[in-house]
Ligand binder design. Structure first.
Ligand code: ACO
Length: 346
């Protein structure tokens, strides 16, 4: 049976690191609160030249280099994002131009933090139909451009980054074993972001952002980050989202394990969406997977939405943690609500 297998991974994080200590000067918060409640110590903030499509393209180049695939060989580019610098062209088309993937067709998917797993499922089905095709699946966000820097409930949580994977067809038993995807639009009010055309002068235009590295203090207003009166930033009922996230991810994991004929303790690595370290430890306990098998990098990057899962894949891969034949579980939960889980034999 042909399955989608990840042949190469890549990631790209903006240079500038914004620490919890710096955020203490911006809103009524503390390093202690952020670390204890979320596990986040710092996050990356994109500056000029690090727009969503640019970091997505760099992550893609690194994934293609690892896979030994040229841009001309890429048949499809799928980008999961909700923070592209343009609504049209799609971020995927910007990436196509940037990397020179002249033979590909390219499109974005909007599924918040679950977008990369949605993309992997599409890629898996595409290579089942066309096993020789190489598909780039990317998750990339510039969330710093879309948070309210005066809202301590959200601004401490998010960061910018991109991750990518090259997916190809394989008939040796490796690849995607099972996937379960869900959404429930009825709960959308608990976590949402209104539409905002990025070139509107009244809202943030990432192209005009000053480089945060050049500023003495991180001053969102002066750096051209979003105004707080336009309503187009992320709004979240954190506690409600937390409860829903734990239950929904546990349910999707139970279902995907059953589909694959596996149990929690058989999983070698969980490479999950990174929204809150407490959610991840809670999940591990519920499904019987010890903490040591849950890959965590939220302390470095915060929640980069669609990018967290591919960045986790790339870091775990480059650290040599993933061995051929390992059973990997990934899962995510995000605005929409959207959620899902997937099991991959590495
Ligand atoms: N610093 C200090 N205090 C804070 C901060 C802060 N940054 N933020 C909130 N507080 C306060 C609140 O005002 C509240 O005070 P009160 O009790 O006086 O009202 C108190 O801390 C507790 O607030 P809670 O919201 O109950 O805190 P909680 O422990 O739930 O943590 C958090 C909040 C981190 C947001 C958590 O609920 C969470 O992680 N939720 C899920 C996030 C998630 O999974 N999102 C989905 C993906 S994101 C996407 O799709 C884009």
């Amino acid at each position: 049976m042909i399955r989608g297998v990840i042949e190469g991974t890549g990631s790209c994080l903006p240079e500038y690191q914004l620490t919890n200590d710096q955020l203490e000067k911006l809103v009524d918060t503390s390093d202690e609160w952020i670390t204890a409640r979320t596990g986040i110590a710092s996050r990356r903030i994109a500056g000029p030249g690090e727009e969503t499509s640019k970091i997505a393209a760099e992550a893609a180049r690194r994934a293609m280099a690892m896979a030994g695939v040229t841009a001309e060989e890429i048949a499809t580019i799928i980008v999961g994002t909700m923070t592209s610098e343009t609504t049209m062209p799609s971020c995927a088309c910007l990436v196509q131009k940037e990397i020179g993937a002249v033979n590909a067709f390219a499109f974005d998917i909007s599924a918040a933090c679950t977008a990369f797993i949605y993309g992997l499922e599409l890629a898996d089905n595409m290579v089942k139909a066309y096993p020789d095709r190489k598909i780039l699946v990317i998750g990339a966000e510039n969330l710093s451009a879309r948070v309210n820097w005066q809202d301590r409930n959200t601004c401490v949580l998010f960061g910018d980054g991109a991750g990518a994977a090259v997916v190809g067809g394989d008939d040796t038993g490796r690849g995607v074993l099972a996937t379960r995807l869900f959404s429930d639009g009825r709960l959308g009010d608990l976590l949402y972001m209104n539409a905002a055309p990025s070139m509107n002068p009244h809202i943030n235009n990432p192209y005009e952002k000053t480089d945060p590295a050049e500023a003495e203090d991180f001053d969102p207003a002066r750096l051209g980050f979003p105004r707080t009166d336009n309503g187009s930033y992320i709004k979240m009922s954190g506690r409600e989202v937390f409860k829903n996230a734990v239950l929904a991810m546990e349910d999707s994991i139970d279902k995907v394990l059953e589909d694959a004929g596996l149990s929690g303790p058989e999983i070698d690595w969980i490479l999950p969406h990174q929204a809150n370290i407490r959610i991840l430890h809670n999940l591990g306990e519920r499904i019987g997977v010890p903490k040591e098998k849950i890959f965590i990098n939220i302390h470095k990057y915060g929640n980069t939405s669609a990018a967290t899962v591919p960045i986790a894949f790339d870091e775990a891969n480059r650290q040599g943690l993933l061995k051929k034949g390992d059973l990997i579980l990934t899962c995510a939960f995000g605005g929409g609500f959207t959620w899902g889980a997937e099991i991959i034999r590495w």
